[in-house]
Design a protein around this ligand. Structure first.
Ligand code: KG4
Ligand code: ZN
Length: 408
């Protein structure tokens, strides 16, 4: 079959993205226009400004993605766009433009869940790697085994999914999520609290190696998951009579959930700041950074004393341990054969190293997207659209944004 070229469009939060991907695997172009400088003065994403910036960027970003891919509006085979979850106004910009293009060019339109996009970012790279490896060793794709457990960890989500695929139909089951803040949100809020700048994740990632991760002790919420014995018991009791869909759904429901909670650690950092009287130093740092147009890591680090670096390192170590341990516990419980870790926080160096080390000890293969493909981009949207393209799962022109869209 000839390469199918899908133009992906992403505008769910603060990045305007467009990409062309060949057959869900080959990235021909991947353009991302970041709005960091727009939102930086506010220390977080301002929804109205995000929509305005998407409107400004969408046409040139798509045009650049096509030309970098050596494609034209007419030559692509389908247009894929993020339907949700995300900011309603921001999503609408991408969706309206995708609809207009699909209508004018008479191309099929594919709606993609942003979270499914993050999961497929892993696959995109994985397939590319396999292609490279199999070119070398002339053998098949024996690396990717299902079921897969996917941790999607970003500014809006900390979710665990069991993923399966059959005849290009991907199915997902949520087996855990954050009860309050997402992990990326905790990174961003803690960075803001400490006057380190925005977005917090990448700054904390780079500051943490300069501090002592054992200096400050944080207690993480231990959320008790329901015991799998409940499930096994109900399975046993019902035995062959587990027939009705209702009964099956109840049995599935009673399987354990592995939930996360990250609002407590943010409060603990705040309490530490107050008891250690760090506020004057934080304010001085905030003001000093506001005067630098594009602060480099050295600028930020130069404004941090040892105690702050230790606090940052301890915060990151606690976050990483919690994410890794809960995910691996879920992997064992559900007997998965492969682990995916994706979403903006998957760019974190300590998180990647810890997952590789700990999953390696359990003999569990773990895959991440490249660091650039971990954060929001449109290549992942085009990649997730490809199985739907093969199944001809196209949407009608009246489909709409779904800000609170769920996966599965
Ligand atoms: O996936 P993403 O680009 O957007 C959402 O869908 O939310 O994720 C953005 C989040 C932000 O909270 C950002 O601080 C965090 O990912 N992030 C990181 C790193 N790079 C981005 N967190 C920790 N370490 C990083 N290197
Ligand atoms: Zn995202």
């Amino acid at each position: 079959m000839p390469d199918a070229h899908i133009l992906g469009i992403e505008s769910s939060c603060d990045e305007t993205g467009a990409a062309v991907v060949g057959s869900g695997q080959r990235i021909l172009s991947n353009v991302v226009a970041s709005q960091i400088s727009t939102h930086q003065p506010y220390g977080g994403v301002v929804p109205e400004l995000a929509s305005r910036e998407h409107l400004r960027a969408i046409v040139p970003v798509v045009r650049t993605a096509l030309s970098e891919a050596g494609q034209t509006y007419e030559s692509v085979d389908a247009i894929a766009v993020t339907q949700g979850p995300g900011l309603a106004g921001a999503l609408l910009v991408g969706i309206s433009y995708a609809k207009a293009l699909a209508f004018a060019l008479n191309k099929p339109l594919i709606a993609v869940n942003h979270l499914e996009g993050h999961i497929h970012a892993v696959l995109l790279e994985q397939l590319q790697n396999e292609q490279r490896q199999s070119e070398q060793r002339q053998s098949g794709d024996d690396d990717l085994h299902f079921p897969v457990l996917a941790l999607v960890v970003s500014g809006g989500h900390t979710h665990l999914y069991l993923a399966q695929v059959q005849e290009n139909l991907w199915t997902y089951r949520n087996i855990g999520h954050t009860r309050d803040d997402a992990a990326g949100e905790a990174f961003d809020k803690v960075a803001k609290l400490l006057g380190l700048g925005y977005p917090g994740g990448p700054i904390i990632d780079r500051l943490a190696p300069h501090g002592d991760p054992h200096a400050v002790k944080f207690q993480m919420a231990q959320i008790k998951h329901r015991d799998r014995r409940d499930y096994k018991q109900s399975e046993h009791l019902q035995g062959d009579h587990l027939q009705s869909e209702h009964q099956q759904a109840r049995a599935e429901d009673s399987r354990p959930h592995f939930d996360f909670s990250y609002s407590g650690i943010k409060t603990a950092v705040l309490r530490y700041v107050e008891t250690e009287k760090l506020k004057p130093a934080i304010e001085a740092r905030r003001q000093a950074l506001a005067e630098i147009e594009k602060p480099a890591l050295e600028d930020v680090r130069g404004l941090c004393d040892r105690q702050t670096l230790n606090l940052v390192a301890s915060f990151q170590r606690t976050m990483v341990n919690d994410l890794v341990m809960k995910t691996l516990a879920a992997a064992v419980e559900y007997d998965v054969r492969t682990l995916f870790v994706s979403g903006g926080v998957a760019a974190n160096r300590e998180l990647r190293a810890a997952f590789e080390r700990e999953a390696g000890m359990q003999g569990l293969p773990v895959f991440f997207p490249s660091r650039a493909l971990s954060t929001d981009n449109a290549a992942m949207i085009a990649a997730a659209a490809f199985p739907k393209f093969l199944r001809r799962e196209f949407v009608a022109m009246d489909f709409s944004a779904e800000a609170g869209m769920r996966l599965s």
